[in-house]
Design a protein around this ligand. Structure first.
Ligand code: C2E
Ligand code: MG
Ligand code: MG
Ligand code: MG
Length: 277
């Protein structure tokens, strides 16, 4: 009886696993063709100066609408792209599209203000030709490297910190901006942080969300800002949804923000209409 029960539970587990794997595989196949056929798109979320509310830059966020699956969130398809060896191709498309969009806005007579930030996955950071790729796209579209900023997550850096440090030096020497994304969630050591040639830290959304209700989160935010200031790094808060968060952040010395309070990620046309002159 005991053996039978165990066997039964194993069967249930396997069928559940099988379904998840099959679903992932199906999504992965459709994603592969979406990348190959350039069916992804970018949205743009404004980044603002918290004192003036004026635009200081934007973040490009990848979007995928599939005819069969509907809108698939990046929270779902980016990990699949990472697991199945597609993230470098996806990331290269993002870089190209971001440069192309900057050129288009400029040609339409409303150039981008500040830098456009692009998310770079850890695997892209492992590619020796990342800098050359980005510079090639910039040259092709007539964009200055300094108009772009690359965002890499803190946990992405910690996958191979020595390599990441070497890579950031190359990128910085070419004039590209560099931010550490989702900061506070990745267990990086101060020793690495000091050597990492970033110019900005993005305080993770989870701390901003809870900073008004949780003493712990408020202290973490204050500590991150103080540490960044000491290291000469700028800070930007992600996920700002209300005025109270802005007040608190300014009081702690963080002067930049991004979040639904200012605007959601927008299409290129919406972004230009609402945020560019
Ligand atoms: P992220 O880079 O940390 O981007 C911030 C996420 O927070 C975005 O989610 C954005 O839409 C969301 N967000 C912004 N303001 C608010 C707010 O006020 N409240 C809330 N609740 N959320 C807010 P999104 O667009 O779903 O992207 C999720 C993640 O997917 C990104 O996190 C990034 O890690 C990844 N991702 C998106 N596009 C790309 C890409 O082109 N390449 C790579 N490698 N990853 C990407
Ligand atoms: Mg980001
Ligand atoms: Mg983030
Ligand atoms: Mg994130």
């Amino acid at each position: 009886y005991q053996a039978k029960r165990q066997k039964l539970s194993v069967c249930v587990f396997e069928s559940w696993m099988g379904r998840v794997v099959a679903e992932q595989l199906h999504i992965a196949k459709r994603l592969a063709s979406a990348i190959a056929e350039k069916q992804l798109s970018l949205n743009f979320q404004p980044q603002v100066d918290l004192r003036s509310g004026l635009l200081i830059g934007a973040e490009a966020l990848c979007r995928w609408h599939d005819d069969e699956l509907g809108d698939v969130s990046p929270g779902k398809f980016i990990p699949i792209a990472e697991e199945r060896g597609m993230i470098v191709a996806l990331g290269n498309w993002v870089i190209e599209e971001a440069c192309s969009q900057l050129a288009e806005w400029r040609e339409q007579g409303h150039p981008m203000v500040g830098q456009l930030a692009i998310n770079i996955a850890a695997q892209q950071f492992e590619e020796d030709d990342l800098a050359a790729n980005v510079l090639h796209c910039c040259a092709y579209f007539g964009i200055e490297a300094s108009q772009l900023s690359l965002e890499i997550t803190e946990s992405g850096i910690m996958e191979n910190p020595e390599k990441a440090i070497a890579m950031t030096e190359v990128l910085k020497s070419k004039g590209l901006g560099l931010s550490i994304d989702d900061f506070g969630t990745g267990y990086s050591s101060l020793a690495y942080l000091k050597r990492f040639a970033a110019d900005k830290i993005k305080i993770d959304i989870s701390f901003i969300r809870d900073m008004l209700t949780s003493d712990n989160d408020r202290v973490i935010v204050a500590t991150i800002i103080a540490m960044a200031n000491t290291l000469g790094l700028e800070t930007i808060a992600e996920g700002i949804e209300n005025q109270k968060q802005i007040k608190a952040l300014l009081a702690m010395g963080c002067a930049q923000g991004q979040g639904y309070y200012f605007d959601r990620p927008l299409t290129a046309a919406q972004f230009a209409q609402r945020w560019l002159i």
